[in-house]
Design a protein around this ligand. Structure first.
Ligand code: 6PG
Length: 238
């Protein structure tokens, strides 16, 4: 499906639009399957969205929370994506603890942690090796290098097509990340992008031709819906 691109006036407007879209997709999933699954983005852009989600009155017992990527640090570390989402949202709502599925970062070997999380996802979705479960919503951001999740330019993670979870690498620091095929299996993928520093990345991501290993967000072509919510400060016009 072609991407739906919306340019919003500013970050608050982008966050309000993202809230509207996320609520629509989660409530649709709950009314259809009595459960909704969402994988969260890290970084700074989505934090105000998580703060607004904390003010919603959702059937929290029907909502399951995952992360699309995680820095390989302890959950209480300031860089932890899990910590950011818990402080902004999850600690403020009565969501059952067992509905929150953080990426493990406690094994000495990140590869073991990745394998454990993959097994956990397969068990949760009752999927077999080689099958890519479909999250209802996956939230993503992009870096100014056009990475998304922890799929960084020219890293081995970009080539992984037969796993759900793999190891990312940012400047030598390990990450755990969804693979491109797992992201692409989602029913709805929503990118939230704000800031003038994202202009060049957006230009390359939307270019007719550009190298996917240099601009990894180009790998994201979901079978389902693809939304790009940009704010005007990106100066990007499609
Ligand atoms: C992370 C994110 C990462 C993020 C982008 C954009 O772990 O950092 O998952 O992919 O979405 O780097 O980050 P900002 O929203 O802070 O610009």
């Amino acid at each position: 499906m072609n991407p739906q691109v919306e340019i919003l006036a500013d970050l608050p407007a982008l966050v309000d639009r993202a809230l509207e879209l996320v609520l629509e997709k989660l409530q649709s999933a709950i009314s259809t399957h009595n459960i909704a699954t969402i994988a969260l983005a890290g970084g700074s852009t989505p934090k105000p969205l998580y703060e607004k989600l904390a003010q919603q009155n959702l059937p929290w017992d029907k909502l399951h929370i995952f992360w699309g990527d995680e820095r390989y640090v302890a959950p209480e570390h300031p860089d932890s994506n899990q910590r950011m989402a818990r402080l902004a949202w999850l600690d403020k709502v009565p969501i059952p603890a067992e509905n929150i599925h953080p990426m493990p970062t406690d094994d000495a070997d990140p590869a073991i942690a990745a394998q454990k999380h993959e097994a956990d996802l397969q068990a949760f979705f009752n999927s077999k090796p080689g099958e890519f479960p479909a999250f209802d919503v996956i939230l993503l951001g992009i870096g100014d290098d056009a990475h998304t999740a922890s799929l960084f330019p020219h890293t081995p993670a970009l080539q992984v097509r037969d796993r759900l979870i793999t190891i990312g690498n940012k400047d030598g620091n390990p990450r755990i990340t969804f693979t491109a095929p797992l992201i692409n299996a989602a029913h709805t993928v929503i990118f939230m992008v704000a800031g003038a520093n994202k202009y060049n990345a957006l230009t390359q991501i939307f270019a007719d031709e550009a190298d996917e290993t240099t601009y990894p967000s180009r790998l994201i072509k979901p079978q389902g819906e693809l939304w790009w919510l940009l704010d005007q400060s990106t100066n990007f016009t499609k």
